[in-house]
Design a protein around this ligand. Structure first.
Ligand code: C5P
Length: 301
């Protein structure tokens, strides 16, 4: 009987999310600069007769444990590829905000894949794992690789991006989640009748990451989904303002939201901004984290 395998996997923030027009398949071409941040879920895979999945953590009740769960889908996809039964007990220790625009579900998919590969000894190559990740969702490949990367296509075609320093963040967790398809739908509604430019990565943003210059990064952050997220959730404007007033160098919606991200100069400023955000009553929780962070990695057998 194999010993359980635990994989730790980070959340992400999009430091640039440039969104093109809707494609015929309904997806949008992106220039998506992902940065992994040090808020982590842990997925444990243990031997079992059938596939079961459980979740713990403050927001566990909001995690769907049916066949739509990306960790369960990852286990099934790997088993199918190797012609074996998806016999595994998966447990998610959830710390990444749920449905928050921080790729928490994608993280669990990537982590489950790495955990099941180790548990079953399938020995899948990195490229095979990345291909399964891309089938599971646009953000899942990045959860596997971590660090920082430019995602083209629907976000799944990754090129590593160099990061020359540590960046400090505060994340304001909103009440409830936002549906990613609904936010993209709102983007389509808001841009209807306009010429949506081809998405391209910002040279200034890539240079700021490479040099580790937080001030330059603050000036280069952008998220084309932010107007759509604010349209669906106008209260997020007050959260963004509260963090900026408390000294954050920049504030933006994380991915499709509703989590908001605040770039701060250092740990002390992060704590001050987190305290101010909590006191403002404009969010449910405020978390400090640093980036970059490594991708999905086996922690213990
Ligand atoms: O790939 P994933 O399953 O995470 O995408 C969820 C939804 O987000 C898609 O069904 C689509 O509505 C939207 N999406 C998009 N363009 C992308 C990525 C996601 O329109 N590049």
């Amino acid at each position: 009987m194999s010993a359980p395998v635990t994989v730790r996997v980070p959340a992400k923030v999009n430091v640039q999310l440039a969104v093109g027009a809707a494609r015929p398949d309904g997806f949008h071409d992106l220039a998506n600069v992902f940065l992994a941040v040090g808020l982590y879920d842990e997925v444990t895979a243990a031997p079992a007769d059938t596939l079961t999945i459980t979740c713990s953590g403050p927001d566990a009740a909001r995690v769907p444990l049916d066949s739509t769960n990306l960790a369960a889908r990852a286990a099934r996809a790997l088993a199918e590829r190797y012609g074996i039964e998806p016999a595994v007990r998966l447990h998610i220790a959830k710390d990444i905000p749920v449905a928050g625009g921080m790729a928490g579900g994608s993280a669990d998919g990537a982590a489950a894949l790495v955990a099941c590969d180790a548990l079953w000894g399938t020995g899948a190559s990195r490229d095979e794992l990345l291909a399964i990740c891309a089938e599971l969702g646009s953000d899942v490949p990045f959860s596997l690789v971590g660090g920082a990367a430019l995602g083209l296509g629907r976000g799944e075609k990754l090129t590593p991006v160099e990061v020359g320093g540590t960046f400090h963040w505060v994340f304001a967790v909103a009440d409830g989640g936002l549906s990613t398809p609904a936010v993209y739908g709102e983007f389509d509604r808001l841009t209807a009748g306009t010429e949506v430019p081809e998405p391209t990565a910002s040279p200034a943003l890539l240079a700021a990451l490479r040099s580790g210059d937080a001030g330059a990064l603050a000036g280069a952050l952008s998220n084309d989904l932010q107007p759509a997220a604010l349209s669906l959730r106008p209260a997020l404007a007050a959260t963004l303002a509260a963090g900026t007033e408390a000294g954050a160098w920049a504030a933006l919606v994380s991915g499709s939201g509703p989590t908001t991200a605040f770039l701060v100069p250092d740990d002390a400023a992060g704590q001050k901004v987190a305290d101010a955000l909590t006191a403002s009553g404009t969010c449910r929780d405020a978390r400090v984290a640093v980036s970059p962070a490594p991708g999905a990695r086996v922690e213990r057998f």
